[in-house]
Write a protein that binds this ligand. Structure first.
Ligand code: ADE
Length: 226
């Protein structure tokens, strides 16, 4: 898979792309991630990418020209072009799974007041990572890239993916490691029993219990503002 990220602040991605599982996925050739500065596509002699909004109002608006030119340069017939914006469709695990099967993703990060409305005509989807407003689309692009990359076959083990939260609409089961008792808090006996069937039943029950207690909205209930 190839992911191209268009941003005004490519340096924000250095730590993200150079660390842990994402770095390993890149090094192993499982994903190719390139960050572009769409300022490079500005035709303005001062490399300007934003201007005042028509009709007045606060902040600056990202202009059509550099963004159209960048996307037209980078996209292929296999590309899905995504605009990161708080008004987009909410990013969820199901969307991550679907997008992990795409050959080429282009993530467009906004900044300032937002994008000129006409930029929407050149994108395939508008996506938000949640109902809050960030200073730009860079962190949302990292969130999406991370959630999608870990689903690419070979990036992490199939076993890790099998039982994880949201896969089948349920949260993950609780996990423990050594010591068996810490400050009076004991690891449930069943996990020390070595009895595989009992452990599996315990974990399934915990998944249902946790989901109904913490995220009942996932199973058709009210989330109580969570
Ligand atoms: N840009 C600013 N806030 C955002 C959000 N919540 N999701 C996606 N892009 C954004």
């Amino acid at each position: 898979m190839k992911i191209d990220i268009l941003s005004l602040f490519p340096e924000m991605f250095d730590g993200f792309l150079g660390t842990s599982i994402i770095k390993r996925a890149i090094d192993n050739g499982l994903v190719d991630i390139e960050v572009h500065n769409f300022r490079d596509y500005s035709l303005d002699k001062h490399k300007r990418v934003d201007d005042y909004p028509y009709g007045g109002g606060a902040g600056m608006v990202l202009m059509c020209e550099p963004i159209f030119r960048a996307i037209e340069d980078i996209r292929t017939d296999e590309s899905v072009v995504i605009m990161l914006t708080p008004g987009g469709k909410t990013f969820k695990q199901e969307m991550a799974i679907n997008l992990s099967k795409v050959k080429h993703l282009i993530l467009l990060c906004g900044h300032y007041e937002g994008f000129d409305e006409r930029i929407k005509t050149i994108v395939d989807m508008e996506v938000s990572i949640g109902d809050y407003v960030l200073t730009g689309g860079e962190i949302p692009a990292m969130v999406m890239t991370d959630a999608i990359t870990r689903l690419i076959p070979g990036v992490i083990t199939d076993e890790s993916l099998d039982s994880e939260s949201f896969n089948d609409g349920l949260l993950d089961y609780p996990v423990y490691t050594k010591p068996a008792e810490f400050r009076g808090m004991k690891v449930p006996d069943v996990l020390l029993s070595g009895h595989h069937q009992k452990i599996s039943d315990y974990r399934n029950n915990e998944r249902i219990k946790r989901t109904s207690e913490d995220r009942s909205d996932l199973i058709g209930g009210d989330d109580g503002g969570k």
